[in-house]
Ligand binder design. Structure first.
Ligand SMILES: NC(=O)c1ccc[n+]([C@@H]2O[C@H](COP(=O)([O-])OP(=O)(O)OC[C@H]3O[C@@H](n4cnc5c(N)ncnc54)[C@H](O)[C@@H]3O)[C@@H](O)[C@H]2O)c1
Length: 349
């Protein structure tokens, strides 16, 4: 019988232990964490869950076939590579790595070993984001003008990375998904108000193909908690408010359009305001992380690609590397060095 190791069982990894214990049975899950205290807590809660303090202990087991990497971001590359090299299928948390070259290496390694490598961009499994994808791909917003993301609160401050690497992967993955392609270039400004050397606040502008602009504001220093994604188009504006449990997605069918005037005023624009309904579609109540885990098991079983692939993860890393470069260079326009396109058709899946 194959077992699955959850490598890193802190705040987030503990959720994987819970979900995979329910999906596979606790006796097929091995919790791996350098902290003996974290492991003792999991043993008390899940009984049959196996434990190990080092990844190597788990990899030595002949029944080790799958791994989840939920350790701090700086360790993702090394641990994911070790698991893939041992022939395991891997679900790696976001961000896949902190360097594009490393993300590409993992993508290539997974392909060479014919292994599954799903990247945990959980929001792409969120029913509200899928609904937003349907709204966009069915043209209900019209042509997208721009998108906006706000992700602010007080912490949770991570020791190893800045707020960009912690929070912006969510927004970049959502924007890439909605547009069906990564941005061409970025500019970014940020501030290190709480500690030196690691931005806790950033303002990021992304230029996507087809003239689509996007903006991301992340902050660990804002008492106002916001989790907002907005898409403004020629026909309507769509909003995903993750904190509004009753109406997570709303479509505002209001807008403004320009027409060139005829007669004496030829060449001048006439602007017409449009009023319309505000629609609040039903959003299924499902735990996105449970859907991530189910998709991973489906991909392992069928050997078909997961919904979020290593290539998707690599493209997010490429954007974040460009953001980091722009931050270091006073907000200089920085090209995003990743290739490949993703078709928006997937949005309706
Ligand atoms: N997808 C999401 O929505 C989401 C949400 C939260 C966190 N995350 C990601 O999950 C990862 C973990 O975040 P967290 O909040 O659980 O962090 P955390 O600090 O609470 O937990 C990390 C755990 O990893 C363990 N660890 C560190 N290095 C290890 C190693 N080499 N071998 C074994 N164990 C090791 C630590 O002891 C700790 O228990 C991060 O990459 C983060 O970006 C993703």
């Amino acid at each position: 019988m194959s077992t699955l190791g959850v490598i890193g069982c802190g705040h987030w990894g503990g959720n994987y232990v819970r979900i995979f214990s329910a999906l596979l049975g606790a006796d097929r899950v091995v919790a791996v964490d350098s902290s003996a205290q974290a492991l003792a807590g999991l043993r008390r809660r899940y009984g049959a869950v196996g434990t190990a303090q080092r990844l190597e202990e788990f990899l030595e087991r002949s029944d080790a076939k799958m791994a989840v990497i939920a350790t701090p971001a700086a360790t993702h590359y090394e641990l994911t590579a070790a698991c893939l090299k041992r022939g395991l299928d891997v679900l790696a948390e976001k961000p896949l790595t902190l360097r594009t070259a490393e993300a590409r290496k993992l993508m290539e390694l997974a392909a060479a070993e014919s292994r599954v490598l799903l990247v945990g961009h959980t929001f792409l499994y969120n029913p509200a984001v899928r609904k937003l994808g349907q709204i966009v791909s069915r043209g209900m917003c019209g042509d997208i003008y721009y998108m906006k993301a706000t992700r602010t609160h007080l912490g949770l401050i991570r020791p190893d990375v800045n707020a960009v690497w912690d929070l912006a992967p969510h927004d970049v993955s959502i924007f890439n998904f909605l547009v069906g392609a990564p941005p061409v270039s970025v500019t970014a400004d940020g501030g290190c108000y709480l500690r030196s050397g690691k931005e806790d606040v950033a303002f990021i502008t992304l230029r996507y193909p087809r003239g689509i602009l996007a903006h991301i504001h992340v902050s660990w220093a804002d008492s106002n908690k916001e989790r907002l994604i907005e898409v403004v188009g020629s026909r309507a504006r769509a909003v995903f408010d993750d904190l509004n449990a009753m109406e997570r997605v709303k479509l505002y069918k209001k807008g403004i359009s320009a027409n060139v005037a005829g007669g004496d005023n030829f060449g001048e624009f006439l602007f017409a305001l449009r009023d319309g309904d505000i629609i609040s579609p039903k959003i299924a109540a499902r735990e996105p992380l449970a859907d991530v885990c189910k998709d991973f098991l489906r991909s392992v079983r069928t050997r078909k690609p997961p919904f979020v692939t290593a290539e998707d993860g690599m493209r997010v890393v490429a954007v974040l590397c460009a953001v980091e470069e722009s931050l270091k260079n006073g907000g200089r326009v920085t090209p995003v060095r990743s290739e490949g396109r993703r078709t928006p058709a997937r949005a309706g899946k």
